[in-house]
Design a protein around this ligand. Structure first.
Ligand SMILES: [Zn+2]
Length: 121
């Protein structure tokens, strides 16, 4: 009886060790993805700051105009939530709906006329 109990305990310990190793691997992968997203975010912040300074300095766009445009774009999806949600459109070829962030139909592959480099705007 004691031998069987020890065998069962060993199995539980091995299972727990495997679960811990799996959790470590998932945590490492999530951290790597987070670091990649942070790098992309920092790059986008830099690009946005550069674009804003060009608009302000060369075209005289005011900060109030920028904030008003941000508010208008935020409301395009019907929610003032500080986020830009991708809109949906209908494929001219297959009539299915999809996000505007795609340049081609995800169902039939047809090019999407007027696909924007800034989806949702
Ligand atoms: Zn299609």
């Amino acid at each position: 009886m004691s031998f069987l109990w020890e065998l069962a305990q060993d199995r539980r310990i091995n299972d727990a060790g495997a679960k811990a190793a799996n959790a470590r691997s998932q945590a490492s992968s999530a951290q790597e993805q987070t670091e990649q997203l942070e790098a992309r975010l920092e790059s986008l912040q830099l690009t946005t700051a550069a674009m804003w300074s060009l608009l302000r300095d060369r075209l005289g766009v005011s900060e109030a105009e920028l904030i008003e445009r941000m508010r208008q774009i935020d409301l395009l999806d019907g929610k003032a939530d500080g986020k830009m949600s991708a809109r949906v459109l209908e494929c001219a070829a297959c009539k299915r709906t999809m996000s505007t962030r795609f340049k081609r139909c995800v169902y039939c592959g047809s090019p999407i006329a007027g696909a924007s480099p800034f989806p949702g705007v």
